[in-house]
Design a protein around this ligand. Structure first.
Ligand code: NAD
Ligand code: TDX
Length: 342
């Protein structure tokens, strides 16, 4: 694995993966293919040597461009996507185009010349699980965590297009012997995450003198994983995973949104009630939880960044120390949320 293409490598998780590869695998050269949408930022890669990482600005739905890059690669690691649920509720078309047509374009390119493909997906393809409090009386273990056997049941335009892209990859494996694997990961946090997302939105609200905003009652549960652990999981699957298999990546980080916000407020020295309840998200998934036994037992992967409080502290410091990275975007993001009462 000497030359890899990372699509979406200028976004949050993709750029963290590129840093991970550059830092841990000196023999690998990375070509990032990224359209630099509102979510992509070439400064995410600025500290990396140009001899190790090349940025190609372009669209994954551009078959000619994709073909020309794939012909020189040993593998494609596909992160590029429209990634925000709230945006998908307002304007689904870019999700259909990038997540479905973009994935199709990439797997066709890889199929034609037999290039290894790894597809990055999300636990949201499985829909949601009942809250643990609502499980009482229904027996232990029922519907407890997602596995690769859980039926697909996506809720939003975002998660349904991610589900569709997974199904395309599965069909290309079965019908065309595409050498592909899929990973479905839970909610990531860490540096370089766009301020539209929950954790960076609340941190940058506090840093801007705006009260944090909690959807609904704040009871919804997300299974948090540090993005560095996502990267090591993807690398393990790319290099040791079995073709055609799906691996779930998660680090046992279930917490409800109110608990996460309380911790952010405490770490940033604010009173526990210094936030607003705002309109809930339409179709808001209740709970996600990953069973990552297959990845741990078959490929020997173990997450390293499992102290959530420490991870949150370093993430808060990153946003404090990198104000120019987010400050110019803050006003527009908040104005957009305000239109929805959020
Ligand atoms: P992001 O929105 O921060 O980054 C997406 C990147 O893709 C951006 O750099 C953007 O410019 C690029 N992109 C978008 N459309 C493109 C196109 N048509 N052509 C080329 N590049 C394009 O997203 P993220 O949070 O880093 O998520 C990355 C991947 O991980 C996605 O596939 C997402 O579904 C998946 N994922 C995310 C999470 C999470 O917690 N954020 C969890 C599990 C899986
Ligand atoms: O201001 C907010 N207040 C709030 O309570 C925002 C932005 C979110 N929320 C809630 C909604 C969710 O329950 O916080 C939770 C997390 O929200 P997001 O950061 O928007 O993430 P989520 O919708 O869970 O999806 C994320 O994880 C799975 C990523 O955005 C997806 O790309 C990934 O697939």
């Amino acid at each position: 694995m000497k030359k890899i293409i990372v699509t979406g490598g200028a976004g949050f998780i993709g750029s963290n993966f590129v840093h991970y590869v550059v830092n841990h695998h000196p023999e690998v050269h990375v070509t990032v293919l990224d359209k630099l949408t509102y979510a992509g930022n070439c400064t995410n890669l600025a500290k990396l040597s140009k001899s190790r990482v090349k940025l190609v600005v372009g669209d994954i739905t551009d078959a000619k461009l994709v073909d020309s890059l794939v012909k020189d690669a040993d593998a494609v690691v596909h992160y590029a996507a429209e990634s925000h649920n709230d945006n998908s509720l307002k304007s689904p078309f870019p999700f259909v185009k990038t997540n479905l047509l973009g994935t199709y374009t990439l797997i066709e390119a890889c199929r034609k010349i037999n290039v290894r493909f790894h597809h990055i997906s999300t636990d949201e393809v499985y829909g949601d699980l009942p809250l643990r409090e609502n499980l009482l009386g229904h027996g232990e273990g029922i519907g407890e965590k997602f596995t690769d056997q859980t039926p697909y049941n996506p809720s939003s335009p975002y998660s349904s297009t991610k589900a569709g892209s997974d199904l395309l990859v599965k069909a290309w494996v079965r019908s065309f012997n595409l050498r592909a694997t899929i990973s479905n990961c839970s909610n990531n946090y860490g540096p370089y995450q766009h301020i539209e997302k929950f954790i960076p939105r609340q941190i940058t609200n506090i840093l801007s003198g705006i009260r944090p905003k909690l959807y609904g009652e704040g009871k919804n549960v997300r299974d948090w994983i540090h993005t560095n652990d996502h990267s090591s999981g993807v690398w393990a699957i790319l290099t040791k995973g079995y073709i055609g298999e799906t691996y779930l990546i998660g680090a046992d980080g279930e917490k409800n949104n109110k608990t996460v916000l309380a911790l952010i407020l405490e770490l940033m020295g604010k009173p526990a009630d210094a936030f607003d309840y705002v309109n809930d998200r339409a179709g808001h998934d209740l709970r996600y939880a990953i069973d990552s036994k297959k990845l741990r037992e078959e490929l020997g992967w173990t997450p390293q960044f499992t102290n959530f409080c420490d991870g949150l502290k370093t993430t808060i410091d990153w946003y404090k120390n990198n104000r120019p990275w987010w400050e110019t975007k803050k006003k527009a993001v908040e104005e957009n949320y305000a239109k929805n009462g959020q």
